[in-house]
Design a protein around this ligand. Structure first.
Ligand code: SAM
Length: 337
């Protein structure tokens, strides 16, 4: 067991939660809708799927037989968490897009067993997720402090509290793949700025594979992913007084072989004239017209190393599951070598 190298944290309750959403978040949704629904090829960023219902639907997706990424990533964590704890000596874990932190517990267990774990800092746009997981984890891990940050990891990274010792920043679930290549590198650079010498980034990425396997993972037989996809229209109806009928749209998931990413789209079943009340915006869909709601990039080792290098990060460990479906990479700032 490693002794803890944590600096003493100032006295604080077991749970602290900061919220950086509210009016600003509504503005971001409004801006994204105004921008994305007036383009020649309509598009919305995937972060708007995740209201409480969207987060619950995503949780159900994680248990679907077709959705292998969650199981694969969990198996890598189970196999490697002890080694990760040993290499990093982390006293705290910051998790971006933490959701229910289901897999995170594997890592927390290993850090606790190593005797270093002091604090967990979940960062997510879904308020209920951050609050629920803070309550659950402080009861599951006596003595653990949780400092939850309800916010957008594209805009609020500067609100993450200063570190109290070696830190792992975890970005699991393949969420980095939701960004197209240019933005992906920008986001990675911003995340890398959170890392001091001695800190590590632990990132999950889905790997390029048989397109049939990939497409099935985003178009399950029970239709849960279709509901998740349509949920963004429920969000627009509720948050911006829009009048979409989600049932007017088919769920589409396809693998773009050239870009090596999955696209989720909503395809209009008929011609639609809708209105977004709060923006006084008329939105027209031709029959068959599509709205792109998510990309999920798939990685090769070369793609990943290129992205990490562009953020001045160097690979420390490249870990995959037994079937080579998913990768977990541990990297650190090049300057710390
Ligand atoms: C694909 S899920 C992954 C959840 C979990 N990390 C896992 O591995 O199962 C993406 C998570 O990131 C959150 N999220 C998406 N975009 C976000 C953003 N821009 N800022 C903060 N959280 C975001 C969602 O609310 C959701 O919990």
């Amino acid at each position: 067991m490693k002794p803890s190298t944590a600096l003493p944290l100032p006295p604080q309750p077991a749970i602290l939660i900061d919220s950086h959403l509210d009016a600003a978040q509504e503005r971001s949704l409004a801006d994204d809708v105004l921008d994305g629904l007036t383009r020649p090829f309509k598009e919305l960023p995937p972060k708007h799927f995740y209201d409480a219902r969207g987060a619950e639907l995503f949780d159900r997706i994680c248990d679907l037989p077709e959705y292998y990424p969650t199981r694969a990533e969990r198996s890598i964590l189970e196999q490697s968490a002890t080694e990760l704890a040993e290499i990093t000596g982390a006293v705290e874990l910051v998790e971006l897009g933490s959701g229910t932190a289901a897999k995170t517990r594997v890592l927390l267990d290993a850090l606790q067993a190593a005797g270093t774990l002091v604090r967990y800092i979940p960062v997510d746009v879904t308020e209920s997720m951050v609050r629920d997981c803070a309550a659950e984890l402080t009861s599951e891990y006596p003595g653990l402090r949780v400092h939850g940050v309800i916010g957008d990891f594209e805009r609020h990274l500067h609100h993450i509290p200063p570190s109290s010792g070696p830190r792992i920043v975890a970005f699991l679930g393949g969420t980095i793949g939701n960004f197209p290549p240019g933005s992906r590198r920008r986001v990675l650079r911003e995340i890398a700025r959170l890392l001091k010498p001695g800190d590590h980034l632990l990132m999950g990425t889905d790997l390029v594979k048989d397109p049939d396997v990939l497409e099935a993972a985003y178009d399950d037989a029970q239709g849960v992913t279709a509901e998740f996809n349509r949920n963004v229209l429920h969000v627009l109806n509720r948050e911006l007084q829009a009048n979409f009928d989600p049932e007017d749209f088919d769920h589409v998931a396809l693998f773009d072989r050239e870009n090596e990413w999955i696209e989720m789209r909503l395809r209009a079943r008929r011609e639609i004239h809708s209105h977004v009340g709060d923006l006084d915006l008329a939105v027209h869909f031709r029959e068959g017209e599509e709205l792109r709601t998510e990309i999920s990039a798939k990685f090769t080792p070369a793609r990943l190393e290129g992205d990490l290098a562009s953020a001045d990060l160097e690979l420390v460990r490249w870990l995959t599951d037994a079937d080579g479906q998913f990768a977990l990479t541990l990297s650190r700032p090049t300057a710390s070598l």
